[in-house]
Design a protein around this ligand. Structure first.
Ligand code: PMT
Length: 438
């Protein structure tokens, strides 16, 4: 997917700058070419020589370098790329971007570009939660800048919380996703001249325009008491990628997501929920729609009675938790009255063995139209990973898809959904390729 793509990587000055070296390697492994620009503070953490050695390209550092300008001017450099990536993006560079400053090579490239921008923030947790940083992020999102991370974790400064830069492979996945997205807002103002070599990433066919689709994603958190909960390892990557892929084809997408560490996909209305019952209400409130894709790993059970105060160790037996069954969102939507039932209801099945056979049973039990069955056994890396191996199970056939990135699974599923609607959108009558291997 990244073969032949030109990435301009802007490295700003944070301890996570060392991860930019790994990012360059990962991008080049996938066939992308990477040119880099560094801020003066980034040079305190990694040297331009290391960056140049790994990227195989000269590194842009000085806005006023006569030789650099003679070889390739900064305007040309910023537009020659298919995508600009800022990793790590410090609070400082985010503030400068949000203010439209162009006071060094890095910010000038970011302001002068007519290409999409993806940023991977990295900073101390207090700086991340500061209202000024959050305000700047809001402005950048409105401008169409995409975000990946930050993740929760222990910081170099010893504090814990959100602020760690996303891992290089997570950034690679977000970059891949960018190439399947519509033009961000800040680029729609730019009219490239006819025949200009700065023409942007080709938009996908808008064959889902006018379709309303709900996607569920991520885990649910089922409270035990005010501080503890039951959850699972879903990261939301698969569900979020599906929402983005459907939006890229023009659908009006509502993403109902449990707690995840991912940025809201651009061009998608995102509703954040905690527990299964909240997810259930958020989905039902939005019916009728044309299609629903249930990719969330919804907890099957919750604690029957949530303790109003934190449970305390009493020295006796540990407390026993009585569980109650959660509503089954997929089954409820698939079996609701004809007025509200979407034309297409797609579920997922997370299986460790007999993946297709169990998914076929689930298709019948839940009353849905398609099931995307994925392997989640030990070593599959499906939960939280960047890749997935799936089978698209329909009532009259199964497609076995090869292992691919979650972004590619999402793009292919979006293509099948578009195909379903363009073939008339009728369950049972639409599948001409039943049983074919994709
Ligand atoms: O989030 P990632 O880290 O990217 O991982 C992706 C994934 C593995 C979570 C995803 O691809 C996936 O398989 N999601 C469904 C996981 C799951 O809960 O499977 P299940 O077999 O338990 O449930 C079957 C279907 O019923 C699913 O569509 C689920 O969303 C739905 N369900 C289940 C229980 C419930 N109470 N309500 C539901 O809607």
């Amino acid at each position: 997917m990244l073969k032949g793509k030109r990435i301009l990587l802007v490295i700003s000055g944070g301890i996570a700058a060392y991860k930019a070296l790994e990012l360059i390697r990962r991008l080049r492994e996938r066939g992308a070419s990477v040119r880099c620009a560094m801020t003066k503070s980034a040079e305190q953490f990694v040297t331009p020589l290391s960056v140049a050695s790994l990227s195989g390209e000269k590194v842009a550092t000085d806005l006023f370098s006569l030789t650099d300008e003679a070889e390739m001017g900064h305007i040309e450099l910023s537009r020659d790329a298919d995508l600009l990536v800022v990793a790590p993006a410090t609070a400082n560079i985010l503030a400068r971007m949000a203010s439209g400053l162009a006071d060094d090579m890095a910010t000038t490239l970011l302001l002068a570009t007519d290409k999409p921008i993806l940023v991977a923030p990295a900073m101390n947790v207090r700086m991340w939660v500061h209202p000024a940083t959050q305000r700047n992020i809001g402005i950048l999102k409105q401008d169409g800048v995409a975000f990946v991370g930050p993740n929760d974790g222990e910081m170099a400064c010893g504090e814990f919380g959100p602020g760690r830069m996303a891992e290089p492979l997570e950034i690679v996945a977000a970059i891949e996703e960018q190439f399947g997205r519509p033009q961000p807002k800040h680029l729609t103002l730019v009219q490239p001249a006819a025949g200009s070599r700065t023409a942007s990433v080709a938009p996908l066919q808008q064959d889902l325009k006018g379709r309303r689709i709900i996607v569920t994603s991520g885990p649910t958190h089922e409270p035990i008491d005010p501080v503890r909960y039951i959850a699972n390892r879903s990261s939301g990557k698969q569900g979020h990628a599906i929402a983005a892929a459907l939006a890229a084809r023009g659908a009006e997408v509502t993403l109902v997501t449990g707690p995840v560490n991912l940025p809201d996909p651009s061009g998608v209305t995102t509703v954040h929920v905690e527990a299964a019952r909240d997810m259930f209400s958020a989905c039902f409130l939005r019916l009728p729609v044309d299609a629903v894709v249930c990719a969330a790993a919804v907890a099957d059970w919750r604690v029957a009675v949530e303790a109003p105060q934190k449970l305390k160790k009493s020295g006796d037996e540990p407390p026993s938790l009585r569980l109650a069954e959660n509503p089954d969102i997929l089954r409820a939507i698939a079996t609701t009255d004809a007025k509200r039932r979407p034309a297409l209801v797609v579920g997922f099945a997370a299986e460790t063995e007999h993946v297709v056979a169990y998914a076929q049973k689930k298709l019948v039990a839940k009353g849905c139209d398609w099931i995307v069955a994925n392997h989640v056994g030990e070593g599959s890396g499906t939960f939280g990973g960047d890749e997935n191996t799936v089978h698209l199970v329909r009532r009259d056939g199964v497609e076995d898809w090869p292992r691919m990135s979650k972004a590619d699974v999402a793009a292919r599923l979006a293509e099948r959904i578009a195909g379903f609607f363009s073939a008339g959108g009728k369950t049972g009558a639409r599948v001409k390729s039943a049983g074919k291997k994709a």
